[in-house]
Design a protein around this ligand. Structure first.
Ligand code: UD1
Length: 425
């Protein structure tokens, strides 16, 4: 059912909140469960559509899966199928994560080209090249990709760009590969650290965790594992940005402060006061928002592309001119046009991939469209800071990654409800 968020803005935010488990950490861990010829238990699993989709895929492959009270139990003793159905690939790009584990365990994997999406082209060449370097070969039949190997073998993989997904795929594929795999210029996002810790708990032999050079010694056997997923750092940063836009204060719990570093720096630059300790971050915004001269998205530990749209919403109301340069996904500025409908003054330079944001005194509520998960969250934030009523349509794009988004924000004193689409027509 199509639905929209209705927001009455201009209410200061107050309260405490614990964030859900990380989407981007749990999806690769669930994919990696295929490596284990036994039982995998993951706790603190967010109850979101992407997780449900991953469960469907695992069931199609022959796994038995239950999800209850944010705990997923995956029995992958028997894999009966190595094809990921096109239907799931269309729904969730992260299904590509299964390529590495399937090739590693079954010597075969079949999937489909994921195609473009609303934040840009998102090719998979780095995934395929890394797996080829480990001994897989791929052929294309129509839109299908079929990967096969006699047996994966350790190798040195040097990424031209530190792709998060391709690094994860290479790590998972290398777990059973014969000999040593060295990944150079790999991504080092906290979610990759989680995946490596999880795999080591399962009996893998991975070192260099958290660095850009990751070494995997192939093993022949894994064991059952129980692991607790980390909190979602992007959701935490989104809630902190919401408090920045509304004014007031919020205590966000469940994400280590180190994982939020660049986001907290940016929020301090716009004038927020922040205190953080271990997995608790307190943000207070008392004074008018200030602009940021230049904010550049980059791979971890840089400012995350997944927080860029939310920061654009914040900067729309800042005093002065800010510039954002997006270096990861070319389509991530699409949300600017929606923000402009609310009165934001933003100029996009498509050649330089920059957005110049001239802060305005106020945004006004209107109907805008959530084009992707983070861009949609940014529009909700803008609605919270705007005068009047804002309707954010297509909010399934937000709910895909954060089912409780409206409830969480409402629990912090905000006026936001989830409504059915028909009612605004
Ligand atoms: C992951 C995150 C996503 C986040 C992104 C960047 C998950 C489930 N998703 O996505 O939320 O925004 O990291 O932090 O964890 N690229 C190629 N060829 C490839 C793969 C990627 O050219 O084979 C390019 C992409 O088009 C993009 C850049 O590399 O421009 C970064 O993509 P990547 O790091 O792979 O992101 P994802 O793993 O898809």
């Amino acid at each position: 059912m199509l639905s929209f968020f209705k927001i009455n803005g201009k209410v200061p935010m107050h309260g405490e909140i614990k964030v859900q488990g990380s989407k981007n950490a749990v999806l690769p861990m669930m994919a990696a469960s295929v490596l284990n010829k036994g039982i995998t238990v993951i706790k603190n699993v967010p109850m979101i559509l992407d997780v449900f989709c991953m469960i469907h895929i695992l069931e199609d492959l022959g796994c038995k899966v239950t999800l209850e009270n944010e705990i997923v139990v995956i029995d992958s003793s028997v894999i009966t199928n190595t094809e990921i159905s096109e239907k799931w690939v269309g729904q969730m790009r992260s299904s590509i994560m299964l390529l590495g584990p399937l090739l590693s365990r079954c010597n075969e994997a079949k999937t489909y080209f994921p195609g473009g999406c609303s934040i840009g082209e998102r090719p998979i060449d780095l995934h395929l090249k890394a797996l080829e370097q480990l001994g897989a070969s791929f052929k294309e039949e129509g839109n299908q990709i079929i990967g096969r190997t006699k047996k994966l073998k350790g190798s040195t993989i040097c990424f031209a760009f530190p792709s998060v997904g391709a690094t994860e795929n290479a790590i998972m594929a290398a777990v059973y590969a014969e000999g040593t795999t060295i990944i150079q210029n790999g991504a080092r996002e906290p979610e990759i650290v989680q995946l490596c810790l999880f795999l080591n708990e399962m009996g893998a032999n991975i070192s260099g965790i958290g660095s850009s050079t990751i070494v995997i010694e192939g093993v022949t056997k894994l064991r059952d594992v129980q692991f607790t997923n980390c909190g979602d750092r992007i959701v935490a940063a989104t809630l902190l940005s919401a408090a920045a836009i509304c004014g007031g204060d919020v205590l966000v719990e469940g994400v280590e402060k180190e994982d939020l570093l660049y986001c907290l720096d940016a929020l301090e630059s716009v004038g927020c006061e922040i205190k953080s300790e271990k997995d608790k971050t307190y943000l207070l915004r008392r004074y008018p928002l200030k602009s940021i001269n230049r904010l550049v998205t980059s791979p971890y530990p840089g400012f995350p592309t997944d927080c860029q749209s939310q920061m654009m919403a914040v900067l729309s109301l800042a005093n002065g001119v800010s510039t954002i340069e997006e270096t990861i996904f070319e389509g991530r500025f699409n949300t600017a046009n929606e923000l402009k409908k609310m009165g934001a003054d933003i100029i996009i330079d498509e050649e330089k991939n920059t957005a110049t944001i001239l802060g305005v005194k106020r945004l006004r509520g209107t109907t805008v469209k959530a084009l992707d998960l983070r861009g949609g969250a940014a529009l909700v934030l803008a609605g919270l800071g705007a005068g009047g009523v804002t309707c954010v349509t297509d909010c399934h794009n937000i709910l895909r990654g954060d089912t409780h988004f409206a409830e969480d924000i409402r629990s912090l004193g905000m006026d936001i409800v989830l409504c059915e689409e028909e009612r605004i027509k």
